[in-house]
Design a protein around this ligand. Structure first.
Ligand code: XMP
Length: 316
């Protein structure tokens, strides 16, 4: 059903999907892993529509989210009338990143901790089915071996029963524009259906090298500045990346051997290909000025002009 192959009928999809979810879940209870991104929130809402209060949304606070995100996600889910549990797993996540610098190793460590945490919640709540917002692009990139997306298991031969549950992926055949159409069809607020994509492993993909709470805090602050200064651009994704190496700079007249941030602003429809946006020099200068002035350790700010391919959207 790939986007563009034939006209996608969101109404029909929702009808078919609700029937399928009801069949798979039966009279069991289900949890939905919700990060607040478009895919997982649409999934959560769809499953809630199908099984009502037998669904519990789970927000895993891994310490890697954007500024204000944990509070935003829990509020949105509660406003939608969905039973929600927030799990503080910051310590577990930072522990597994300790000493890891390889991108794929970090991704796999994230995936393992993500499923282990969900497995614990499922056990405590006595639940055997977990819903998640995997979409077609996640599966394609993982199966091709480009990168191990955090939410792909069965498609690469890992049995989720090893973590103690069955997985439900209602959006697995859709691309991002179709997911947004489903969100609109379900009547989700615009702040969800039109939200900028944000990856499951969150800021861990944007801290090159070792992921620590201090380094995540730097990229979180830079991300907020980039988002604030690019609100009007209507681009697909806008964010900041913290480099693993350092550079020389001058602050208050003194030499500082400090951190480097790269800003990435891309246009895309389905995340399979992307173009770096030709952002005005005025906006770029403002971002660089704010990032280097407001974040003490940053001495250099770069802009990434590479398209996908040959780059990917995220750095890791
Ligand atoms: P890349 O970096 O592969 O990203 O060009 C394509 C799109 O997918 C997002 N992304 C992820 N989303 N889990 C997710 O849920 C992941 O592990 C993951 N890795 C990348 C990325 O932000 C972009 O929208």
């Amino acid at each position: 059903m790939g986007f563009g192959k034939k006209m996608f009928d969101a109404k029909k999809f929702v009808k078919k999907s609700l029937k399928e979810i009801k069949e798979v879940v039966g009279d069991r209870k289900v949890i939905s892993a919700c990060s607040g991104g478009v895919d997982s929130t649409v999934t959560t809402f769809l499953v809630h529509k199908a099984v009502g209060d037998r669904l519990m949304a789970v927000f895993i606070d891994d310490g890697l989210r954007r500024e204000g995100e944990p509070e935003f996600v829990v509020r949105i889910l509660k406003d939608l009338g969905i039973k929600t549990r927030s799990v503080d797993a910051k310590e577990e996540f930072f522990k597994i990143f300790h000493g890891r610098i390889d991108a794929e190793e970090k991704r796999k460590a994230f995936r393992h901790t993500f499923y282990k945490t969900l497995g614990q919640v499922a056990k405590e709540e006595n639940i055997g089915v977990i819903a998640q917002g995997t979409i077609k692009a996640d599966v394609i990139e993982t199966v091709k071996g480009i990168k191990s997306q955090h939410n792909v298991l069965e498609q690469i031969g890992i049995d989720p029963l090893a973590y103690g549950y069955k997985i439900l992926e209602p959006l697995r055949e859709l691309f991002k524009p179709e997911v947004r159409m489903v969100g609109r069809e379900l009547g989700l607020p615009k702040e969800i259906s039109e939200r900028m994509p944000f990856p499951g492993p969150a800021l861990s993909l944007r801290v090159l090298g070792v992921v620590t709470p201090e380094r995540v805090a730097i990229v979180r602050q830079a991300t907020q500045i980039v988002e604030e200064e690019t609100l009007e651009l209507g681009t697909f994704q806008n964010f900041a990346v913290l480099h693993n190496d350092k550079a020389t700079g001058i602050k208050n007249g003194e030499r500082v051997y400090g951190n480097i941030i790269t800003v990435r602003i891309v246009d895309s429809t389905d995340a399979v290909t992307a173009k770096a946006r030709k952002v005005s020099y005025k906006i770029l200068k403002k971002i660089a000025k704010r990032i280097t002035e407001e974040i003490p350790s940053i001495v250099r700010c770069l802009y990434d002009i590479t398209d996908k391919p040959p780059s990917t959207i995220e750095f890791e």
